[in-house]
Design a protein around this ligand. Structure first.
Ligand code: MRU
Length: 338
């Protein structure tokens, strides 16, 4: 049995996740009772971050199987394929979501009876969740070697344990360095418009006792110019053969880091790589204009104003110093073998 103390998503006689929209105020577990509720939770960012979405997709298939009254394997698999389409359609950019869904459906399809299909789907989801923590630990160890005692590290959005099942990718590297006895100071960008940096990254690091200073996204260049940043590390939602897709604003930091000759690292598991595609083929999610125009019920912009609200941007690989993975650190144009 897992709890919200150790994981962001877990199965305990049903599907549970931490509602990330309630943080940093409350650490609240939510029981997910239907695939539709999970789709809405993914869209609302109750669960978010590429690796966490991979696990959520797989658990979504296990949930669909658990709730179904189908008595034959064939009927149940047909239902799982419908659930898979719903889950994959919930957010388009992070490749881990469809990767997790497909893995669970593939495993479930090996079942010869409805009961075997149910067991296989849940077993695969649990395996993906366990594996996520193991992989992040390995990735963290590989990345920690790049950090020196006393480094100040810039990060954007939340690529921590909340964005995964546990440990984290970019923050996992920082955690592993801290665990190895290095003193790391993190500058966390607040991450407009939904504040994953201030609400989640700052909260996680403070909980761990890692030094963290919160800054506005637009401050990164000025801090770099003043020599306050030694390295930048971010996570990724998808890495194509030519670009890293991550939270909107990442590209700005990467350009600024190159100008100031600061190493810019991307930490991601192999499940985030999409080597068959290139930047222009990827759909970038566009979100509700209200996310920019209001916050917490307060209006921040005139009613009816035109808004553009892409959730992610693409950073060309030529701006990336190293891709930190569970298989080692790859310096573009070198890519991990997949
Ligand atoms: O919209 P979000 O909060 O799901 O965006 C998340 C990010 O952009 C993360 O940086 C990315 O998923 C990497 S998480 C390890």
């Amino acid at each position: 049995m897992s709890t919200c103390e150790s994981r962001t998503i877990w199965w305990d006689d049903g599907l549970w996740l931490i509602d990330q929209t309630k943080l940093p105020g409350e650490l609240v577990p939510v029981r997910i009772l239907s695939v539709k509720q999970l789709v809405n939770a993914i869209r609302a960012l109750q669960i978010r971050g590429a690796p966490a979405l991979g696990a959520a997709g797989a658990y979504g298939i296990a949930l669909a199987a658990d709730l179904s009254s189908a008595t034959s394997a064939q009927d149940l698999i047909l239902e799982l394929e419908t659930a898979a389409q719903m889950l994959k359609g919930s957010r388009p950019t992070a490749i881990n979501l469809s990767w997790g869904v497909d893995r669970a459906v593939r495993s479930a399809a090996n079942g010869e009876t409805a009961e075997e299909v149910r067991e296989a789907a849940l077993r695969e989801a649990e395996e993906i969740a366990e594996e996520d923590i193991r992989i992040n630990r390995a990735l963290g160890r590989n990345g920690a070697k790049l950090l020196e005692d006393g480094d100040s590290v810039l990060t954007h959005c939340n690529a921590g344990r909340l964005a995964c099942v546990g440990w984290g990718t970019a923050l996992g590297v920082i955690r592993s360095a801290a665990e190895a006895g290095k003193r790391i100071h993190v500058y966390a960008c607040e991450t407009r418009p939904l504040y994953q940096g201030s609400r989640l990254t700052a909260w996680e690091l403070a909980q761990d006792g890692i030094e963290v200073t919160l800054i506005c996204d637009s401050m990164s260049g000025s801090l770099m110019r003043k020599g306050m940043i030694d390295k930048a590390i971010v996570g990724a939602d998808r890495i194509t053969k030519d670009a890293v897709f991550n939270k909107i604003g990442t590209y700005n930091h990467a350009v600024l880091a190159r100008f100031h000759r600061i190493p810019f690292y991307v930490a991601a598991p192999l499940s985030t790589f999409d080597p068959k595609h290139q930047e222009e083929e990827i759909t970038v999610e566009e979100r509700d204009p209200e996310e920019i125009c209001t916050f917490g019920g307060t209006r921040l912009a005139p009613e009816g104003i035109d808004v553009y609200n892409p959730a992610f941007d693409a950073t060309p690989l030529e701006l990336v110093t190293g891709l930190i993975t569970e298989k080692g650190v790859f310096r573009p144009p070198l890519m991990p073998p997949i």
